[in-house]
Ligand binder design. Sequence first.
Ligand code: PBG
Length: 323
Amino acid sequence: MFPLHRPRRIRKNEIIRRMVRETSLSPDDFIYPLFVTYGKNIRREIKSMPGCFQESVDKIVKHAKEVYSLGIPAVILFGIPERKDEIGSSAYDPHGVVQKAIKAIKDKVPGLYVITDVCMCEYTTHGHCGIIGKGDVKNDPTLELLAKEAVSHAKAGADMVAPSDMMDGRVKTIRIALDSEGFSEMPIMSYAAKYASAFYGPFREAAESTPKFGDRRSYQMDPANRREALKEVRLDIEEGADIVMVKPAMTYLDIISDVRNSVNVPVAAYNVSGEYSMVKAAAKLGWIDEKRVMMEVLTSIKRAGADLILTYFAKEAAKLLNK
Ligand code: PBG
């Protein structure tokens, strides 16, 4: 007898495929990154990230409305300050670009959930994620600044903070600082397993945050390590992280899957700038079908176990899903 099993039976047409589909995407899954800069009436396209912009607060508000109207629940804000210094003081300036953007968005688009990236690299002259001493980033003194930055975002009205610096102990330090300032209900999404990745290249153009010397390998994780991701994730949860993130996503699906299987908090994955730019570039050359590749990438990240996906594709994917 011919094999009893014919897996093709349940692939026959779109109706049955829809019925047995294991993974589905929704705009609810997405968090859209926005880059806020100083000045007025500015909307500068990022060369290596077509469709993404550095925008002044007035333009960000318009953009936030569009994101909200597509059914995307949240944005994450990155700041490009007017002035940088050794200790990144603009990061916790109550009148800084991110603080202003939070207020403006929450005022004009209150239904949109505003998350902020908490890090020093966009605000320091040297481009590292903390304070420098003896040629490296000093861990403990950096924690105080990160806590100040997180509190200033909370005071401006942010809904959630997301520390991306990879200093040891920052989740606990930020948690204590938020609680003592009356923000005990504000959640923390930690970039828990964040790798020292070359896929961040285009983002550093977007956020103007390329390190002026050295690299980030003394604080971000070694791409060769898998078990260590679980250690980082467990530590962050013990310190009070409400959501843990894996970053990048496409080349770290094994890590997303491991994390999903070992924790019971929501897992986020960051489909980073280089992953976006590669798809955009290949599509521009006519080498791939952009929409299909985009949906396949996002579906694979969800299939691996991510509950939330930070992605520059959020708007385009939501448009397709809303059809
Ligand atoms: C800040 C930060 C980075 C990204 C998010 N937050 C860059 C870095 O660590 O160098 C990368 C995002 C992306 O590539 O899309 N520390």
